[in-house]
Ligand binder design. Structure first.
Ligand code: MTE
Length: 334
């Protein structure tokens, strides 16, 4: 898929099938609370169809029980209405995830049902005017939720397009009230191996930690996600609060955040600590810089399995390339 100018995400063409699922969700989000919408899966083998129904029912039940359900569907941000590719069907996204806290394989959706989404609080600390811990519902209601359709490119060379709901990361930073000396925004996932058995795998450097520079955090693309497909997001997407940085490899987009720390020092991030030679701090998408073990030239589209060329900065270069001017000495693309 080619990314066209002037603004890569504003291409009017949308494909009908997956789009209609998502548009229906926008229209019917309130009705979802009253009962599950079951996927039409008549042509599938019984077991597969049942699993699809179960995944959709589970996601809808989680959304229906969410205290912020009334905020959905949020108004669409017109600047990010179209990612230039068709939206990934929700079911494909629900059943193919990376969430190592629940297991180091893709099918963690059932295990993630154990994620306890409430009570949930986020702590703001480090170089801030005053440390504080805020209840997630208070935090979400203090923000102006909008929907944005974003591309997502995993370092493993698969990709998807998701209608996320959330608010700009810069609004979270403003909420934290950073001191002038802060240079990095660091975010961490919960730590609770009773709830998330993947965290019993002691060789991983829990808790999952990621970070960006304050300049990256101020970029309009950097997005805090609270919902997906027109409703509060499913557990496996990283409820109740995750990051999404569409120009970087997906591992930067930390899920289920409980701590936001402002620092002067660049943080040691989860994958970099685990395999320093394969996963860097910057992790900007670049088809010309191969991962040590595989090419990054192409990506497999989740849902269709089509192979398409990968684009530098995942097609968002106009918005972010200037962030890295003069930084040629850094490993910007791993
Ligand atoms: N955040 C946490 N806490 N744990 C994880 O395992 N995986 C990352 C990222 N955030 C991960 C995480 C990776 S590698 C990717 S590609 C995306 O989440 C996957 O997001 P998805 O499951 O919604 O597709």
């Amino acid at each position: 898929m080619l990314i066209k100018s002037p603004q890569s995400w504003e291409i009017p063409e949308r494909l009908a099938t997956s789009e209609s699922v998502y548009l229906n969700r926008r229209q019917l989000a309130k009705a979802i609370a009253a009962g599950p919408i079951v996927a039409a899966a008549a042509s599938m083998p019984f077991g597969a169809a049942r699993a699809e129904e179960e995944a959709i029912e589970m996601a809808n039940a989680q959304a229906a029980a969410d205290p912020t359900l009334d905020l959905y569907p949020a108004p669409l941000n017109d600047a990010y209405a179209d990612a230039g590719r068709s939206v990934t069907p929700e079911i494909d996204n629900l059943k193919y995830n990376n969430f190592y806290e629940f297991g180091s394989h893709k099918t963690i959706w059932q295990r993630a049902e154990d994620l306890k989404r409430r009570p949930w609080a986020v702590t703001f600390d480090g170089l801030v005017e005053e440390e504080k811990t805020v209840d997630i519902d208070t935090l979400i209601r203090a923000m102006n939720l909008k929907e944005r359709v974003y591309r997502h490119r995993c370092v493993e060379a698969w990709s998807m397009v998701v209608p996320w709901t959330g608010f700009p990361l810069r609004d979270l930073v403003a909420f934290a009230k950073p001191l002038g000396s802060a240079k990095y925004v660091v975010m961490q996932t919960f730590e609770d191996s009773d709830m998330a058995p993947g965290q019993e795998q002691f060789w991983y450097p829990w808790p999952y930690t990621e970070g960006v520079t304050v300049e990256e955090a101020e970029n309009d693309l950097a997005f805090m996600v609270t919902g997906a497909y027109g409703q509060p997001m499913a557990n496996q997407f990283g409820a109740p609060l995750r990051l999404h940085l569409p120009w970087k490899y997906g591992f930067k987009s930390v899920k289920s955040i409980v701590r936001v720390t402002l620092t002067e020092e660049r943080p040691t991030t989860f994958w970099k600590e685990l395999v320093d030679t394969e996963y860097g701090f910057w992790a900007n998408v670049n088809p010309d810089v191969a991962h040590p073990r595989w090419s990054q030239a192409e990506e497999r589209v989740l849902g269709t399995n089509e192979k398409i060329p990968t684009v530098i900065y995942n097609g968002y270069g106009e918005q972010v390339a200037s962030l890295y001017a003069g930084m040629e000495g850094e490993n910007l693309f791993m």
